[in-house]
Design a protein around this ligand. Structure first.
Ligand code: SF4
Length: 338
């Protein structure tokens, strides 16, 4: 039993829920295998296997599944529908149809567990979800309860790391290895910049072209969606006349409001995937709020498989130069008036 391998593609919801499922399956006695960090190879595999009009994160997910499929006995691919007690908030339709998309495009797949995740109704929905997944793996009884408790503990620990500003991969590593995070060398920073968007775009080390280290070297302190304390994120709903339909979109827009109203930053960058349907609306809303309410500079960074590192960094450097000039101007005008 110990050597049944459950695969977890390192894409999409990996960046939000891996510690939970890693702990759950490991405690049940399975070996959990994540695909390797994204490389040009996994991206190329994904592009080959996916329909043309898919967004970059969906292509990457396909690439990670293709890479894992011969190495594991089962791939865990939950059908993400709702994770909050809110009927109206769902995941992007591409998440909902993901298991079908994968089955139709990739051949030679191992067994797939595509449990539907809908936590919007009833009592103890996460516990019920775990029981149902365990049943598919022929597990029941007290070990399931123990695994569920451990999974919750690990996920909470993961969130605490994220709020402290620990990058997602480091936080995941700390939780799954049981070691605490080493504090990284702190750079001197003079600009606070919010880098907002979906975690699977922001934290994929290949997609983000080492952005966070480079920002540090440039003297920029990055702030992300995951660094907003959950209760503060929730409170931002009061500035919105209506919630959006999509889960990650709501988190992105609420964090924009948080960085405009509560934790003031010098500018906001929205990182988005080229051709992302939900983001057409999110991007416009963010731009309006940032410029009108916050009177702050705003930039959209749209990524696809052809976006090169040089292009991304040049745009960020130009944006940061502008933020520095703006800050200098503001300081001069304050001292002038003082
Ligand atoms: S929200 Fe956008 S980027 Fe994310 S899966 Fe849906 S279409 Fe792709």
């Amino acid at each position: 039993m110990g050597n049944i391998k459950i695969g977890f593609p390192r894409a999409l919801f990996y960046y939000a829920y891996y510690p939970f499922w890693y702990a759950f399956f490991s405690e049940l006695g399975f070996e959990v295998v994540a695909s390797s960090p994204t490389t040009k190879y996994s991206l190329d595999l994904g592009v080959q296997e996916t329909v043309n009009d898919a967004c970059l994160p969906i292509k990457l997910y396909h690439g990670h599944v293709a890479e894992l499929k011969d190495k594991v006995d089962i791939i865990f691919m939950p059908r993400m529908v709702r994770v909050r007690k809110m009927e109206t908030e769902v995941f992007c339709p591409k998440f909902l149809g993901l298991p079908d998309m994968i089955r139709n495009s990739i051949e030679g797949l191992p067994r797939i567990i595509d449990e539907r995740v809908d936590l919007s109704k009833g009592l103890f929905p996460v516990w019920k979800l775990c029981q149902s997944v365990a049943k598919q793996l022929d597990k029941s009884g007290v070990i399931v309860w123990r695994s569920y408790k451990k999974a919750r503990r690990c996920q909470n620990e993961f969130h605490r790391y994220l709020v402290r500003g620990i990058p997602v991969e480091e936080a995941i590593n700390a939780v799954v290895t049981g070691q605490s995070c080493q504090k990284k060398e702190e750079y001197e920073t003079d600009i606070d910049l919010a880098i907002l968007g979906y975690p699977y775009l922001i934290y994929d080390s290949f997609v983000n072209v080492g952005l966070f280290d480079k920002l540090g070297e440039m003297g920029i302190k990055p702030w992300t969606v995951e660094m907003v304390p959950p209760e503060r994120l929730e409170k931002q709903g009061k500035y919105l006349s209506k919630s959006l339909f999509w889960h990650f979109s709501n988190r992105t827009i609420r964090s924009t409001l948080y960085y405009l109203h509560e934790k003031k930053v010098d500018g906001i960058i929205h990182v988005t995937a080229f051709g992302c349907g939900p983001d057409a609306m999110v991007d416009k809303l963010m731009e309006l709020e940032t410029k009108n309410t916050g009177k702050l500079p705003f930039m959209t960074l749209s990524l696809d498989e052809l976006t090169g590192e040089a292009g991304i960094l040049t745009r960020i450097e130009a944006f940061v130069d502008m933020l520095r000039l703006r800050r200098k101007k503001n300081e001069n005008s304050i001292s002038h008036h003082g």
